[in-house]
Design a protein around this ligand. Structure first.
Ligand SMILES: Nc1ncnc2c1ncn2[C@@H]1O[C@H](COP(=O)(O)OP(=O)(O)OP(=O)(O)O)[C@@H](O)[C@H]1O
Ligand SMILES: [Mg+2]
Length: 385
């Protein structure tokens, strides 16, 4: 069942250009939905509109099947967890977690029951009498989450809840949030982050918003999908560049000829010819059109895939090797263009100056037309002509 639905939702502050434009989105019961995108793209604004902390400029918001546009925040069945934990410094952990219930007139015994249960789930049992200043950042964030849990909401709303924590604690708290979500069978979670690792690991569904600096697309959704959908089938060049680390290599190219089942392409910088297998749909391409070929660093392989039908390789000189232990990032000379990056196993013996073929596995090559839209090449294999 749909828990949250947004229809033609827009947000505009005064005479400024719209922050969000015609957003349409459904979030299902028990779904973990992540709003992802660069700083300033409108993630928090969208979340705050669901919470009732911002009004919609246009469109409709439904939660649990009911129109919520005019409903006050407290009556929406949603509980929000902020980046700044917003705890009361003079209250104990117990009082902080139970505060909303006390204000809401819930009986003392019931408050004790719910706070004790939340503290057990969040492993805060031993800390209930402490004040926030006696807690670590991770513990404070758990108290903030506890305050949301005791309200037994239908929807959890998280706005960058981990960004004040150090890397190790971020990873640990992320796992706790994922486990909490799986415990609460009924509740949906909406989670804002600019960190693609958080998005990829937590989300059932990612909503990736275009950058606010991109005037043509600002305030609109770049793609909605499961994490691996966005990784394997990015709808456009922005999504392709945003999802995946290190970032996808983009190579400018031109269409040489289009045949029934293949597009012959010349890489503009190196002059190499590639054949994209399959038919480009839905847009027709013709000779002379410009496009961009996209190859992820992890798809430049040191050895050909033995099952591949026509192994294609590009030969490049090594400019720099960054050894990270498990993997190495190899920077490759790209004649006349930005160096390419290959991600290879950490024990690879490549050295600066080596000339090395890099094989392109089938179905791992992306192509984008001049507007940035992904070409839906039926089988995106690539072979050097
Ligand atoms: N009250 C306001 N008046 C005018 N503009 C606003 C207001 N609140 C937010 N904005 C603008 O709306 C845009 C989106 O802001 P929002 O806080 O939703 O971004 P975000 O994606 O959450 O970014 P971040 O990752 O930095 O938190 C920004 O350009 C911001 O300047
Ligand atoms: Mg924000």
């Amino acid at each position: 069942m749909t828990a949250i639905s947004l229809r033609h939702v827009s947000k505009q502050y005064g005479q400024h250009p719209p922050v969000l434009r015609d957003v349409n989105l459904d979030i299902d019961e028990h779904e973990f939905c992540v709003f992802l995108g660069p700083s300033g793209c409108g993630k928090s604004t969208l979340l705050r509109m669901i919470a009732g902390l911002e009004e919609l400029s246009a469109g409709e918001l439904h939660i649990g099947g009911k129109r919520m546009n005019e409903t006050p925040p407290a009556e929406r069945g949603a509980a929000m967890v902020f980046q700044s934990y917003a705890l009361f410094p003079h209250m104990t952990v117990f009082e902080n977690i139970g505060f909303g219930l006390r204000i809401g007139g819930v009986a003392k015994d019931e408050i004790r029951r719910r706070v004790t249960e939340a503290a057990r789930v969040l492993q805060l049992d031993a800390l209930l009498e402490r004040k926030p200043k006696e807690l670590s950042g991770g513990q404070r964030q758990r108290v903030a989450i506890g305050r949301a849990i005791v309200r037994e909401p239908k929807v959890f709303l998280f706005d960058e809840p981990l960004s004040n924590l150090d890397a190790a604690l971020r990873g640990q708290t992320r796992i706790e949030i994922a486990r909490l979500h799986s415990r609460f069978r009924q509740a949906s979670s909406v989670y804002v982050t600019h960190d693609q690792v958080e998005a990829m690991t937590l989300a059932d569904k990612i909503v990736l918003l275009h950058a606010g600096s991109d005037a043509a697309h600002a305030g609109s959704i770049a793609q909605i999908g499961a994490p691996l959908d966005l990784y394997h089938r990015p709808a456009n060049r922005f999504v392709a560049g945003f999802i995946g680390s290190p970032r996808m290599n983009f190579l400018p190219a031109m269409v040489v000829s289009v045949e029934e089942d293949a597009i012959d392409v010349r890489l503009s910088e190196s002059g190499e010819r590639l054949v994209l297998r399959g038919r480009a749909t839905p847009r027709a391409l013709s000779a002379g059109d410009t496009l961009t070929v996209g190859i992820r660093p992890e798809h430049l392989l040191l050895a050909a895939d033995p099952t591949g039908t026509a192994p294609a390789a590009i030969v490049r000189s090594v400019l720099l090797v960054e050894q990270l232990g498990e993997t190495s990032y190899v920077h490759l000379d790209q004649p006349g263009g930005t160096p390419l990056l290959a991600k290879v196993p950490g024990d690879c013996p490549l050295r600066v100056g080596d000339r090395q073929p890099f094989y392109l596995p089938e179905a791992s090559c992306h192509a984008f037309d001049a507007t940035g839209a992904a070409l839906q090449v039926r089988r995106a294999a690539m072979a050097l002509a």
